[in-house]
Design a protein. Structure first.
Length: 229
């Protein structure tokens, strides 16, 4: 559930950023027009230029945009080789939501090669979160398999053979309802009618799923640092 909530958070942040980038691009185009008119009239446009430069810097951090100055005081803003702002004209970006999220050019749907924070968000939603989801599912499956393999060799308090302790439900691993409803069904003993706890000790001594989970957490930390950078 935490991973799914994280996925929704990053996806929403990416969508919000695309909207903000489009609004900023429009503002830069408007400033380009005002600055060009001011220069043509011999008026100072320094304050307007400072405002525009801050907006360009903002786009650089968000999508890895770069600026190319024109002879008339305007700047063109590029996302890789494609123009986001060309003088007073703006090309809009959009978020294409599917099996993988992509930032695209709104007019033709071509993928925009964004950098900056948007690239990090794309890596998070398309690579990091699905990867962690798959790894966590694998840990759950390993726990399911190893515990059941041991539990079914034992006997419960009534001397009956042990059943599967875990089952895989729609939301992942869960305790078998039959065991959850009646703790006497826990097959803790190796011998029918005995209460020796040997199977319980074997279950407690399992380290495989725990080691897998710890490895997953370490890898998540490394991947998170990479995305943040």
């Amino acid at each position: 559930a935490a991973i799914e909530a994280s996925f929704e958070h990053w996806a929403e942040q990416l969508a919000s950023m695309v909207e903000e980038v489009n609004a900023t691009a429009v503002r830069i185009a408007d400033l380009n027009g005002t600055i060009r008119a001011a220069n043509a009239s011999g008026l100072s446009a320094n304050e307007l230029i400072d405002q525009r430069d801050l907006l360009v810097e903002q786009l650089a951090g968000q999508v890895g945009a770069t600026a190319r100055p024109g002879d008339d005081g305007t700047v063109d803003v590029y996302v890789r080789a494609m123009a986001l702002v060309r003088s007073t004209t703006v090309e809009q970006l959009a978020l294409d939501v599917g099996p993988t999220n992509q930032v695209v050019w709104a007019d033709d749907g071509l993928v925009a090669s964004v950098g900056g924070t948007a690239q990090g968000l794309l890596e998070t939603t398309n690579v990091l979160v699905p990867g962690q989801r798959a790894q966590l599912a694998a840990v759950g499956q390993q726990l399911h398999d190893e515990v059941n393999a041991i539990h079914t060799t034992g006997f419960d308090q009534d001397g009956a053979p042990g059943v599967d302790f875990f089952q895989m439900g729609p939301n992942g691993i869960e305790v078998n309802p039959a065991v959850a409803a009646d703790p006497r069904r826990i097959a803790a003993s190796a011998t029918p009618g005995a209460i020796d706890g040997s199977i319980a000790r074997q279950l407690a001594g399992q380290t495989g799923p725990d080691a897998s989970y710890r490895t997953m957490v370490v890898r998540l930390g490394v991947a998170s640092q990479s995305v943040n950078r």
